[in-house]
Design a protein around this ligand. Structure first.
Ligand code: ARG
Length: 455
């Protein structure tokens, strides 16, 4: 491609370090789409004849079907997908192929291809996040009033409902979705026509190519257009935060599916056995999801590190953007699919949830609140009285509702029979009716709101 200036070819190691075809062949559909739009625009403004543009556009479609059929021979000597496609086009249609690169550089070409690829991933991820939201909502709906322990420090805190816990993840995943949509909106500008870095002296129509490729507008600064990888970084940031959320839910599934908790049973489809221990049902998918965040987070840090300190405009460093994003996208999308599958298939064990909720003095706060409300104790004093009652129950080896009224009155004489009404886990969750609280009525209102949002 640059034989005019060069007398010798590259060293074999140079070729190995320089070639990106091994991975950027994934951009073939986007490269062909971009080149077809570019050729049509060149013809529309009179830079190419209609005949040449038609031959180019047809030839590119032939190449796409060759690639899809696995009949295309990729060459490392041709460095990357852009030159592989152009060389094959020249073989196929001859002279007109050599006119395609008019008013264009690989710098705006790769920026365009990659943006189109990342944008397509956003669209796929959007659908997957919505499916995960629906799966979580279905779980929340099924157990809107099932009582389970709520934890802080992974120590029993206060009873909550299964629906409330599932809806917490709905909130998290919906923020991921909103971040993804923001990122997609911002990335939807066309770099095509920025050429190498400075724009071009040809009378191109960047608005036309932008529109043909589904972009909202051409990017406004040609230097920025070829050197910007924010779109990839934003995608990785969204993926990182989402994968972090997935890892938290995955961790809960690992704990909850253990014999000690038995809060959920993962279906056979999402469990594995052991080659030696016949009783085992391992939550491998959840464990892998918990781990996938590592490589996704790593990709984010890696690309930020590639980009930091790069002078404008294009530098070859930027070729190192793609593998990180490919790997992170593949693993994030796979994780979303796996999580949706696990959540849809799992069954919560209502009895085990309730039994766990009722242990560990989970209604101690309700007792303290009752002392404040009915006996008008200052909260700090109520806290102290309740603490003494918990110590008494613990010494006796029972839970709070199992203490007799007399035992309670030994700690505070004002306590009456009525207190037993607030010591059940059902009464506890039903009482938490503050907006966003765990009362089933509140949870159902949130479920209804999300049902409407999701349509
Ligand atoms: N394969 C290159 C990349 O991924 C394409 C752009 C090459 N541009 C250049 N001036 N060498 O970044």
């Amino acid at each position: 491609m640059w034989g005019g200036r060069f007398a010798g070819g590259p060293d074999a190691i140079m070729e190995a370090i320089n070639a990106s075809i091994g991975f950027d062949k994934r951009l073939a559909p986007q490269d062909i789409e971009g080149s077809r739009a570019h050729a049509a625009m060149l013809a529309a403004v009179g830079i190419l004849s209609d005949k040449d543009a038609d031959a180019i556009r047809e030839g590119l479609l032939t190449i796409l079907s060759e690639i899809e059929a696995g009949e295309f021979t990729f060459s490392a000597a041709l460095e990357d997908i852009h030159m592989n496609v152009e060389a094959r086009l020249t073989e196929l249609i001859g002279e007109p192929a050599k006119r395609l690169h008019t008013a264009r550089s690989r710098n705006d070409q790769v920026a365009t291809d990659f943006r189109l690829w990342v944008r397509a991933q956003c669209d796929e991820a959007e659908g997957l996040l919505e499916e995960l939201l629906r799966a979580l909502l279905a779980q929340a709906e099924a157990g809107a009033d099932w009582v389970m322990p709520g934890f802080t420090h992974l120590q029993t805190a206060q009873p909550v409902t299964w629906g409330h816990h599932m809806m917490a993840y709905v909130e998290m995943v919906s923020r991921d979705l909103s971040r993804l949509r923001d990122a997609r909106d911002r990335m939807n500008e066309s770099p095509l026509g920025a050429a190498a870095l400075a724009g071009t002296s040809f009378p191109i129509d960047r608005h036309a190519t932008a529109e043909a490729l589904g972009f909202d507008r051409p990017s406004a600064n040609s230097l920025d257009a070829v050197s910007d990888r924010d779109f990839a970084l934003e995608f990785l940031s969204v993926a990182t935060i989402s994968a972090m959320h997935l890892s938290r839910l995955a961790e809960e599934l690992v704990i909850w599916s253990s014999a000690q908790f038995r809060f959920v049973t993962l279906s056979d489809r999402w469990s594995t056995g052991s080659s030696i221990m016949p009783q085992k049902r391992n939550p491998d998918a959840a464990e892998l999801l918990r781990a996938k965040v590592g490589r996704i987070f790593g990709a984010n840090v890696a690309l930020l590190t590639v980009m930091k300190g790069l002078p404008l405009a294009y530098s070859k460093d930027m070729q190192e953007d793609k593998e990180q994003v490919f790997d992170a996208a593949d693993n994030w999308l796979l994780s979303l699919r796996a999580m949706t599958g696990m959540v849809s298939d799992m069954s919560a064990n209502r009895e085990a949830l309730r039994a766990a909720a009722a242990s560990g003095f989970s209604t101690a706060t309700d007792l303290a609140d009752w002392l404040v409300r009915r006996l008008e104790l200052p909260f700090r004093e109520a806290h102290h009285v309740t603490g003494s009652l918990v110590a008494k129950a613990e010494a006796k080896g029972c839970d709070l509702p199992d203490l007799t009224l007399q035992e309670m009155q030994e700690v505070h004489a004002g306590i009456t029979e009525e207190v037993f009404g607030v010591l059940t886990v059902e009464a506890s969750v039903a009482s938490r009716e503050s907006y966003g609280g765990t009362a089933p009525a509140q949870v159902r209102a949130q479920i209804a709101r999300w049902r409407e949002v999701l349509g």
